[in-house]
Ligand binder design. Structure first.
Ligand code: DHB
Ligand code: FE
Length: 282
């Protein structure tokens, strides 16, 4: 059966992609942020996963406010990077792990979830940026080293799901991977956050203390975060910082006991507290 080899968490701020496109990763402003990804990239090279499950939210690029699925699962063979308004990016399309996508969708429905199932869709910075942060950019004409299974979570427009529901989806994800025939090595990427609010009266809101607490305890005490309400997430991390609940899908798919191999925090990247973790089952 397929095997979960680890869980990664990261921010997915779009300006990280722009910094990479413009060759600014080594600049004084950006270097302290990107340095934190040397270890995860080495971990990926050493671990050689076949598939990355990427949990992220679309930001009005592939879905808009006319159609807002709470959860969506990708079953496509290929996902093109969506143009978010700055023109097409010079990165390859993402090959889909379609068979695992169908198996996961089936297991979700069997477990009384009702996901939208997407056979044709483009992916925005929510998936593009984590893939580049963890895999590095493929050489010209090259390919990403892993296939992807995208999972979209609505963290944009109320009613967003509860943290508890994200957790339960992670439990189904684990069962789906561990019952998937073959010997694929699967890494799970929870993306979004950390604290940020891009709109309204609290635009510019950051909460580095809460961000540090999140990074310090997501491995050892996930129940604390799982038991919080949606409103708690918005209040603690900002309206867009509520994206952090998507890391719970990854965390719930792992063992109770995990080892945190790496943790990194940098604030602010654009308007956002940014960071990453690398977790392995203990
Ligand atoms: C920013 C952060 C995000 O998570 C996002 O999806 C868009 C923008 C920002 O900080 O600019
Ligand atoms: Fe986002």
């Amino acid at each position: 059966m397929a095997q979960i080899i680890g869980g990664l968490g990261t921010s997915h701020v779009p300006s990280i992609g722009v910094a990479l496109d413009r060759g600014l990763a080594g600049s004084d402003d950006w270097k302290p942020f990107f340095d934190g990804y040397d270890y995860p990239q080495k971990w990926m090279r050493d671990q050689r996963p076949d598939i990355a499950v990427v949990i992220f939210n679309d930001h009005g690029n592939s879905f808009f406010l006319d159609r807002v699925p709470t959860f969506a699962v990708g079953v496509a063979d290929n996902y093109a990077p969506v143009d978010e308004g700055w023109g097409p990016r010079n990165i390859p399309s993402f090959k889909g792990a379609a068979d695992l996508g169908w198996h996961f969708a089936d297991q979700l429905v069997e477990s009384h979830f009702d996901p939208m199932i997407c056979r044709e869709i483009e992916v925005d910075h929510g998936l593009q940026v984590p893939m580049e942060l963890f895999c590095g950019r493929p050489d010209e004409g090259g390919e990403w080293p892993v296939k992807v299974l995208p999972i979209w979570v609505n963290t944009i427009q109320f009613p967003i799901p509860t943290p508890q529901r994200c957790w339960e989806m992670g439990e189904v994800l684990r069962r789906a991977i561990e019952s998937f025939p073959g010997d694929d090595r699967v890494v799970i990427m929870g993306t979004g956050g950390l604290s940020h609010q891009l709109q309204g009266r609290r635009a510019g809101f950051l909460n580095p203390d809460a961000d540090r607490q999140w990074l310090d305890t997501i491995a050892s005490d996930p129940d604390h975060w799982r038991n919080m309400t949606r409103e708690d997430y918005v209040e603690t991390f900002g309206s867009e910082g509520a994206e952090l609940m998507m890391w719970l899908v990854m965390r719930a798919a792992m063992n109770r006991d995990v080892s945190m191999l790496h943790k990194h925090y940098f604030v602010p990247a654009s308007m956002t507290g940014a960071g990453c973790v690398v977790l392995e089952n203990a």
